[in-house]
Design a protein around this ligand. Structure first.
Ligand code: ATP
Ligand code: MG
Length: 309
């Protein structure tokens, strides 16, 4: 398996805990969903150059405000992304396993792009493109329909052969590698990946804008056939989302308090810097909130137990 075993085990353990809490409180789930919609919209759009801040994104999509002094395009993109996310949730709620198709991909793209360029929305490109900041050249426009059919064929044959996180990461890369549309490939690709993760029961997975350089680096490795860094990168993003869900939904008495790495360092012989390295590499159960890594006493203890074994 490409996903590190301890990360795999951690994700499964947390998902079991989340499922044990079902049915989840409707109010809490709604609140979480709103929070994640804002975060995802902000991060996914910021990765592609949108200038809105997290707060502004909140104002636009939750409060319906129009912002003075921000490009209209950035505001339209924010609203469009929210509409695409609502559609994504609809797909997941349909509860059918066969929702992945070229039509679904095009529908997601349509929602992302229609207010910016209606002619381009939901249509494969007819020009050649490049990806700035990367060495990868996507295939010729003439090959896009065939390459997309191959992607769908690969999906139907391989989905059962891979762990869902591994599979979602690979599909994401194959999709952005083809770059089937003139614009909006990154945003659409991040939604597409979530279809599989969310159908499996994970919460919405968000690639952070702050991780953009790492994201490009792991995609570059995948271009060369090395999927491991990408798979583990996505795995850590899944862990972050599920940690936030559990932190909100677990009854207080069952909850492990999140502590800073400085705090965690006081209870072990590990330095804060070493704990930070472990967190970044996904070797310890930790979650990055804003700019700070947080962990729990249990996570540190578990890690110490593992290394002793
Ligand atoms: N080396 C790479 N191989 C494949 N895909 C990559 C690579 N590096 C980056 N990408 C993908 O390409 C996207 C950026 O490319 P580009 O700016 O052309 O996207 P786009 O079509 O404008 O999409 P959007 O507007 O949603 O970002 C990234 O978000 C990422 O998903
Ligand atoms: Mg773009």
């Amino acid at each position: 398996m490409l996903l590190r075993q301890n990360l795999h085990d951690l994700l499964e353990e947390k998902l079991t805990t989340l499922n044990r809490l079902r049915p989840l409180s409707k109010t809490m789930v709604q609140k979480l969903r709103e929070r994640f919609e804002v975060e995802m919209t902000y991060n996914s759009n910021a990765i592609e150059g949108n200038s809105l801040t997290l707060k502004e994104t909140y104002w636009v999509i939750q409060e319906g405000l129009t912002l003075k002094g921000r490009p209209i395009k950035d505001i339209l993109e924010t609203k469009s992304h929210k509409a695409a996310l609502d559609f994504l949730y609809e797909i997941i709620e349909q509860d059918s396993k066969n929702t992945f198709s070229e039509q679904t991909i095009k529908q997601l793209h349509q929602l992302i792009i229609k207010d910016i360029d209606p002619n381009m929305a939901g249509r494969y490109r007819d020009i050649d493109v490049f990806i700035s900041g990367s060495d990868h050249t996507p295939p010729s426009a003439l090959d896009v329909p065939l390459r997309m059919r191959e992607l769908l064929l690969w999906q139907s044959k391989n989905q059962k052969l891979h762990y869902v996180v591994e599979f979602a990461a690979m599909i994401h890369h194959m999709f952005v590698n083809i770059h089937p549309f003139e614009d909006g490939n990154g945003r659409t690709g991040r939604l597409v990946m979530n279809i599989f993760l969310m159908q499996y029961g994970f919460p919405l997975v968000i690639i952070q804008k702050n991780d953009r350089r790492k994201y490009y680096r792991v995609l570059q490795a995948a271009d060369k056939g090395d999927y491991k860094p990408l798979v583990n990168f996505i795995g850590q993003a899944v862990l972050r989302s599920i940690n936030i869900y559990l932190d909100t939904l677990l009854p207080a008495k069952e909850k492990e308090a999140l502590i800073s790495l400085a705090e965690a360092g006081k209870h072990t012989s590990y330095s804060q810097a070493y704990l930070s390295k472990l967190a970044k590499e996904g070797k310890i159960d930790a979650v990055k909130l804003r700019r700070n890594w947080m962990t729990t006493r249990k996570a540190v203890k578990d890690y110490m137990g593992q290394t002793k074994r």
